[in-house]
Design a binder for this molecule. Structure first.
Ligand code: NDP
Length: 240
């Protein structure tokens, strides 16, 4: 029987590429989103995935989303914690709202989504949790104390959760993408972006599909020995 995957932030950017790949792999896929209805509609229509609206920063929304997907598609076997935002600024200028929103959406979300699915995965003896962190959670980035803290938090979360579930057939891994060609990166000023690309040894931005290929492997049957791993997919920009 086809496995069920839930990809948060699955309607745009990297998440959408992940959904497309998991659909091609034969999984039943649900994509979460927070407010961009046009992107969600296009995703549902073009990929045939179930779209679920809700804020990953809210535990109640996540519980409701998991219940909806479980009722429609079946128990969730593969969870991809991908939704993320930036609210950049130097810490000495940062507001509490900028700080807390980024922590909630990028890090609290991992608890909010994982808590409602992990017991079922343990009981069924199979599960895959794949967290999407960032190169900036590994190395830090000016103007991103909030984002770097949240993304580094995901790495620690992954390692602890991997240990807790290793004997239950549930693997937990974290991917740290470098700069990927999505709307998030398109928002970076052109001159800054040129500098960033200059610092990437392979000489280009990454593609969503390249992250999706790794998710596809980690979500599959053959990846059972990979757990607690931090996978740096960054064109050689940061060797960790
Ligand atoms: P995008 O901005 O292109 O897409 C973000 C997705 O997340 C959308 O589907 C969006 O929904 C959803 N989302 C945003 N906020 C919430 C929320 N509060 N609740 C639920 N869903 C939400 O992001 P990217 O594809 O660029 O990034 C995906 C992940 O990869 C993020 O975690 C990001 O930090 C990480 N990453 C990205 C890099 C890059 O270069 N792009 C580099 C390293 C890491 P909606 O459309 O409704 O707004």
């Amino acid at each position: 029987m086809a496995r069920v995957a839930f990809v948060t932030g699955g309607t745009r950017g990297i998440g959408r590429a992940i959904c497309e790949r998991l659909v091609a792999d034969g999984l039943k896929v649900a994509a979460g989103y927070s407010g961009n209805e046009a992107a969600a509609e296009a995703c549902a229509k073009e990929l045939g995935v179930t779209v679920v609206k809700g804020n990953v920063g809210s535990f109640d929304d996540c519980q409701a989303a998991v219940a909806k997907v479980t009722a429609e598609l079946g128990p969730i076997d593969v969870l991809v914690n991908n939704a993320g935002i930036t609210r950049d600024g130097f810490l000495h200028k940062m507001t509490y709202d900028q700080w807390s929103e980024v922590i909630r959406v990028n890090m609290d979300s991992a608890f909010n989504m994982t808590r409602p699915v992990i017991e079922g995965m343990r009981e069924r003896g199979w599960g895959r949790i794949i967290n999407i962190s960032s190169i900036n959670g590994q190395k830090g980035q000016v103007g991103q104390t909030n984002y770097s803290a949240a993304k580094a938090g995901l790495i620690g979360f992954t390692k602890a959760l991997a240990l807790e579930n290793a004997k239950k057939g549930v693997t937990v891994n974290v991917i740290c993408p470098g700069y990927i060609d999505t709307e998030m990166v398109a928002a970076v000023p052109e001159t800054v972006l040129a500098g960033i690309i200059g610092g990437i040894p392979v000489g280009r931005l990454g593609k969503g599909e390249e992250i999706a290929d790794m998710v596809s492997f980690l979500a599959g049957e053959r990846a059972g020995f990979v757990t607690g791993a931090t996978l740096s997919l960054n064109g050689g920009q940061y060797l960790a």
